[in-house]
Each structure stands twice: as C-alpha cells, then as structure tokens.
Design a protein around this ligand. Structure first.
Ligand SMILES: Cc1cc2nc3c(=O)[nH]c(=O)nc-3n(C[C@H](O)[C@H](O)[C@H](O)COP(=O)(O)OP(=O)(O)OC[C@H]3O[C@@H](n4cnc5c(N)ncnc54)[C@H](O)[C@@H]3O)c2cc1C
Length: 710
C-alpha cells in the first residue's frame, strides 16, 4: 500500500512537472520546505508515508486547482483538519506522522522561492532596458539622418542664374530653415561644447553637448537598472540573512547587466560599424560611446566579482573549492583583464604608444571573450546568446577590413599572378615638415571623394600590420586626368569662364591618384620621414590602402561656406573645393571662405603652387592664410592679394564666423556651412563661434567637424 501510494505521488509529481512546469513553484516550495524536516528513520521522502502525505495535503490546500489536477486525479484525499501543523523552523524531532505545512511558513517560502527564481529574469529584463536605450539612440540617429538627407536634397537646388539665385534666397527667407523648436534644440543641446565655455576643448573625449547628453543618459539608465527592485526581506526561508540576499541578487544582476552591454561595446569599436553608415555619425562619436560603455561594463564586472566573492566567502565557504573549477577561475581572469584595460587604454598610453595600446586591447579582448564563454558555460549555453554576436561583429569587421584591403590594392593578373595596384611616391619637405604621399592606382576601382580617409599599411616592414588613418587630401580620377590634359577646368556656380587646370600631378589615362599630407610624429610617420630623408627626400615604399571611410558632408547645399583648417587639416578642405569646382552649375554655393592656419609658410607656398593654387583663384573663393611660426618682419608673410592674404599668428575664429554670418544676414540670410579640420582647440573655438551665431538668432548655419584623433 505504502509503495503504491508513493508510486502514485511520484507519478503525479512527474506528470505535474511535464505538463505544468510553469506552475510547479507552489509544489516545489512545499516539497523543499517539508523535505528539510527530519522524517522518521527513512532516508528519502519516497519511502516515508508521513512526509508524502504531508506534502500532498499541504499542496492540496495551498496550490491552485490547475496546479493540483494531476495530484488530485490519482490520490486518495486526506482531510487537512485531521493533520497537525508542521513548522519547519520549530520542528526538530523525527516526525513519524503526516502533518500540514504551516501556512505563514508556506507563504514566506513561496515568496523566497519566487524572489530567487525571478533574480535572473528580472536582471535580463533590466538588461533589455540598457539595450533598449542604445537601440533608441541609434533609431533616433537613423531617423535624423534620413530627415537630414531629405532636407539636404531640397536645398541642393542649383542657382542657375542670378535671378534664380535671388529667388532661392528669398525662399530661404520666407520658409524658416529650422522650426523654432528644432533651432532651440540644435542651439542648446546639439552644437555647444559639453559644458559650454566651462569646457576648454573636450570633456572625457566628448566634443559636443549632444554626445554628453547621450552618455549621461546611459549612465543614468545604468545606475537605475543596477540599483532598483532588489527583493530582500526578513524571514526568507532559503537565505535568511537580508545582506546575503542582497549580495546574491547584486552578483547575479550586475553580471547579467555587464553581458547586456557587450554587444554595443563591441559594435561601437569597429571600423566597419554599420551604425556609422546608418546614422551618419563619425567613428569618433561611436568611439566616445564605446569608451563609456566599456567603463560601465568594467565597473559592473568588478562589482559582480566583489559580490560573488562575498557570496562565496562571507556567506558560505565555497570559495576555496570553487577555485578549482574552470568557470570560476575564468570569471576572475575576465574581471582582472577588464580592470587592467582601464589604465592600459589611457590617453597617456595611446599618445605614447598607440601600437602597444592596440596590441594589448585586441589580445585582452580575445582572452576575455574566451574566458566569458567558459565562465558562463555552467548555465548550459544560456548566456552564449550574448557572446556569439561579439564573435560575429568582430569577424565581420575584420573580414571587411581584409576585403577593403584586397579591393583597394590587389589584382589577379593572368600572367603576373597577384600584384599590388598602387605605385607610391613619398616626399618629405624639411621646410614644411610635411610628408606628401602620392598613390597611383590602376583603373577606376577607387572612388575617391571629399570627407574620405584611408588607413595606410606598409606591409614589407617588420611591423607590417601597423596601419594609420589619413584624410584624403587631393585626388585625380581618370576622368579628371583627361580634363587635365585638355587644360581646362569647370568653374564654380554661375561663373563659366575657362580657367587653368587645377591639378599639378600628371596621371596616366587609367590611373587614379590619391594624395595625403602627413605631419610626422614619433611612430610610423617618423620612420617614413627618415626613410625619405635617407633617400634624398623621396622614396617609393610599398604602401597599401584600406578604405574609404568617413562621411561626405553636404556642403554643396549651402550658399556660403566657411572652411577653417589647421596644418595638415587642409586635407579635409581641398577635396570639397575640388568637388565644388567639378559641380559647376549644379551647386548653389556662391561664396567660399578658406581660412588656413599653418606653422610654416613654405607649406602654403607648396600647395599654392600645386593643388590649392587654382582652386583658390576661382572667383567665389576667398583664401586667407596665417603662419604661426613666422614674424611679420622679413618672414615672407606679406600681403599677397593674388594668392590670398597671408597673415602672422592665429586668427580670431570667432571674428571670422561672426563676420560672415553678419554679411549673410545683411544680404538675405542664405545658408552658411562651417567646416573645420584642425587641432582640438581650433575645432572647439569654431564650435563656440557657430554656437554664438546660433544663439544670436542665425538659423541657417550648420557646423561640420573633421577630427584627426579619437
Ligand atoms: C580620421 C583621421 C584622419 C587623419 N588624417 C590625417 C592627415 O590627413 N594628416 C595627418 O598628418 N594626420 C592625420 N591623422 C592623424 C594620424 O593618423 C596620426 O598622426 C598618425 O597615425 C600618427 O602615427 P605615428 O605612428 O607616427 O604616431 P605616434 O607618434 O605613435 O602618435 C602620435 C599621435 O597619433 C595617434 N595615433 C597613432 N596611431 C594612430 C592610429 N592608428 N589611429 C589613430 N590615432 C593614432 C596617437 O594616439 C598620438 O596621439 C588622422 C587621424 C584620424 C583619426
């Protein structure tokens, strides 16, 4: 009889588990509560009628009808009123008769079980809030990019003649370019420096206020999801100490939250991040987000580890034993490496040795990823869904880099086999202290254009993997080359007078030439300079290109452009000038102010004899140059109206921008685009000047920034 009864109960338990696993908590709670008591002399509940009856009767009383269907269909009823009350907290002796689990104990046990069962799902739900935050930000970026594209198409209308140009200006006056709300948002939340004039250049690498707002929002969400809704209470039947409950929940919650940060952390670090393309934001913007997500993830990982350590030492003595387990050790490895990445990614190290920083970063991250796979392997793959996307993101980025490298550089020839397509000439001019790199590539595979930058490799060197980004400074495509041979160039906007060719370098019929201007520093650029110096200033190393990266800004949609460049930042300006020349009659640009601040006047002279000379002689272009290392007397920095005004020292960017804005407002408030490419201080000054103009009520002004660092 006892055997049959036990068999029936166990059958019911099995049925119950198979068919109603989501409702099993009630029964589990009763089972574990009563099983914690000492029952007669039997070694298991299956052989103990008193225990089985107690479990069954308590379950029948406390669990819902659905939960009990399986049990009630098979077992003879016992009247609960006939049973004595069993309280696991007070019952000590061996129990030989069935009893009824004390109700308040049952309630607490149920709450305890629910709290412990919900720790992981709740952490995952909160983790989704983190992911949702970044998803929302990206979505906003995509929508804003789409809106911007539509908007710029509307404003790309060419001014075919003076009359039409005037009517376009009138239209600009009549239809506000930005609604008051969006003007207010742009002026106060998008354009300014993070803390206005209280930030010198950048704040924690953040250039613009909107980036600061996004980052601050992320930290707020992060703090909220880490701190809210911890279920702890006295009387918890499985973990009696409240502090212990809190540490357990913290450990689980923060570990899971850290995992939720990983996909965005990895994604935002990649060169081939699809969101760069979808949102139109720059790599350096995503890099700012990447750094803050990294800091948050590392903090979460460290706190998770501290909480786990307390859980395994103070609250139990499992620490020593766990140290022998792989998953435990790998968790420690991941946290230690993560923590080391903070000092090893510091600005100091990046400035001192960027290559060392990169090697450490990549190696550590591979080891961390492997460690995390092992660390959470004990959950039977439950967390692999967070880790495999990282492998996919990384593999995608690296494969696309290789693909771009092959596409830009290598061609398979029937007879010659695999050959590189670029022919490189590198020249170093000591008087300008600038390296000029000309790369000629076969055919028209490359599509050079403004706003592009490429990574350059020197594969035949010992450190052939090293690669550095450089902005495309000038380009000649096969079609430009044929125009160059006919010695004509188009003129800007409505001016149709033929003028001299804009290119200096002659190019073969099927060749694309890319030119980069590089300021030598202490690493690869210094070695390249030394190589040139050792060969009388010019050499022909094998260089490979990877690209193009970067964004093409819609400068052709503005009436007036103010371009501000510092040193080799002129690279960002020239391709836009080239494009505007080539778009003659199809661009609405009627005035371009080029302002170039440079250390050595020799650099101005060199470019005025070459790529820049003919461009700045276009009637719509006015160029002004400033040499910062020259003195007024005998420096050669004299006024030269033909080739632009050459000044000494640094100009006031505030004045340059405000003057153009004032003139534009006087003449009919056309759209003004301001492009800056130079040192952080210059970019910051220009940003402030544009902000001031916007605060002064100028609605048609837009700001574009190219940066040479991240
Ligand atoms: C998008 C972009 C476009 C750029 N365009 C130009 C350009 O047209 N002309 C120009 O002279 N410079 C440009 N730079 C800067 C140029 O990449 C660095 O000066 C160059 O990488 C320095 O190499 P190095 O080994 O001599 O540097 P190091 O002497 O080792 O370091 C000098 C500085 O360059 C930074 N740096 C070094 N390597 C890299 C790298 N791989 N990626 C990013 N930063 C690095 C370091 O953090 C340090 O601040 C650009 C940078 C970026 C991010």
């Amino acid at each position: 009889m006892k055997g049959i009864f036990t068999f029936l109960v166990l059958c019911c338990i099995c049925t119950f588990q198979v068919h109603a696993s989501s409702d099993k908590t009630c029964f589990e709670v009763i089972l574990s509560a009563l099983d914690s008591l000492s029952w007669g002399d039997s070694s298991s509940e299956c052989n103990n009628t008193a225990e089985v009856t107690s479990i069954y009767t308590s379950a029948k009383l406390y669990c819902t009808e659905t939960q009990m269907t399986a049990l009630t269909s098979n077992i003879t009823n016992v009247n609960p009123d006939d049973l004595p009350i069993l309280d696991p907290e007070t019952e000590k002796s061996n129990i030989t008769e069935p009893g009824l689990l004390e109700y308040s104990y049952f309630k607490r046990a149920l709450r305890s079980k629910n709290a412990s069962n919900d720790t992981k799902p709740q952490a995952k739900r909160l983790g989704w809030a983190l992911m949702g935050y970044w998803g929302g930000i990206i979505l906003l970026g995509i929508l804003q990019n789409a809106w911007k594209t539509c908007f710029q198409n509307r404003h790309a209308t060419p001014q075919l003649d003076q009359e039409q140009g005037n009517s376009a200006r009138k239209a600009s006056r009549q239809i506000p370019l930005l609604s008051p709300v969006s003007h207010f948002i742009t002026t106060h939340f998008i354009i300014p420096r993070p803390f206005g004039r209280y930030t010198q250049t950048t704040f924690c690498g953040i250039l613009a206020r909107w980036e600061a707002i996004v980052v601050a929002g992320f930290w707020i969400v992060c703090i909220l999801v880490s701190c809210v809704r911890y279920e702890s209470f006295t009387g918890n039947t499985s973990t009696p100490k409240v502090s212990q409950q809190v540490w357990n929940s913290i450990a689980t919650r923060l570990g899971i939250l850290a995992y939720h940060c990983l996909p965005f952390l990895w994604m935002f670090a990649g060169r081939n991040n699809i969101f760069i393309w979808a949102t139109g934001w720059s790599f350096s913007t995503f890099n700012v987000f990447h750094r803050h997500i990294a800091r948050a993830t590392i903090l979460l990982a460290i706190l998770h580890s501290i909480a786990e350590t307390i859980r395994y030492t103070v609250n139990s003595s499992k620490y020593e034993k766990s140290l022998k387990k792989n998953w435990f050790v790998m968790g420690i490895v991941a946290t230690v490496l993560f923590s080391l990445l903070i000092p090893l990614s510091s600005v100091w190290l990046r400035k001192r040795s960027y290559e060392l920083f990169l090697i450490i970063h990549v190696t550590f991250n591979i080891v961390i990823l492997y460690s995390l796979f092992i660390h959470t392997s004990k959950f039977d793959g439950e967390f692999n869904g967070y880790l495999w996307p990282l492998v996919a993101i990384w593999a995608f980025d690296r494969s696309l880099r290789v693909f771009r490298l092959i596409y830009c550089n290598l061609r398979v020839h029937l007879h010659k086999g695999l050959t590189t397509v670029s022919k490189t000439t590198v020249t170093y001019n000591p008087s300008t202290d600038v390296i000029r790199i000309d790369m000629q590539s076969d055919g028209s595979v490359l599509k050079p254009g403004p706003g592009q930058y490429y990574f350059l490799y020197q594969p035949l060197r010992l450190r052939g993997w090293e690669n550095h980004p450089f902005t495309l400074g000038h380009y000649i495509t096969p079609s430009d080359a044929s125009q160059s041979r006919s010695q004509t160039s188009d003129s800007l906007a409505e001016d149709k007078q033929p003028s001299q060719t804009i290119v200096r370098t002659s190019s073969g019929p099927e060749r694309t030439t890319l030119t980069f201007w590089v300021r030598p520093y202490d690493g690869w650029t210094r070695r390249l300079r030394d190589e040139c110096k050792s060969q009388n200033g010019s050499c022909h190393p094998t260089l490979l290109l990877e690209g193009p990266y970067g964004h093409h800004e819609p400068l052709h949609t503005f009436d007036t452009l103010v371009m501000i460049a510092g040193g080799t930042g002129i690279s960002a300006v020239i391709p836009y000038l080239q494009e505007l020349v080539a778009k003659s009659g199809r661009s609405r640009v009627s005035r371009i102010e080029v302002n170039w601040v440079v250390k050595q006047k020799a650099f101005v002279d060199e470019l005025m004899r070459g790529e820049l000379g003919e461009l700045v002689r276009e009637p719509v272009v006015r160029a002004r140059f400033w040499c910062t290392t020259a003195t007024a007397e005998g420096s050669g920095c004299e006024k030269d109206d033909r080739e632009g005004v050459v000044g000494v020292g640094r100009p006031s960017i505030q004045e340059i921008v405000s003057q153009v804005v004032a003139e534009e407002e006087e003449g009919g408030s056309g759209r003004v685009g301001v492009l800056v490419c130079g040192p952080a201080g210059m970019a910051s000054g220009t940003r402030s000047a544009v902000h001031e103009a916007m605060r002064g009520g100028c609605r048609g002004i837009s700001y574009f920034e190219e940066t040479y660092g991240w």
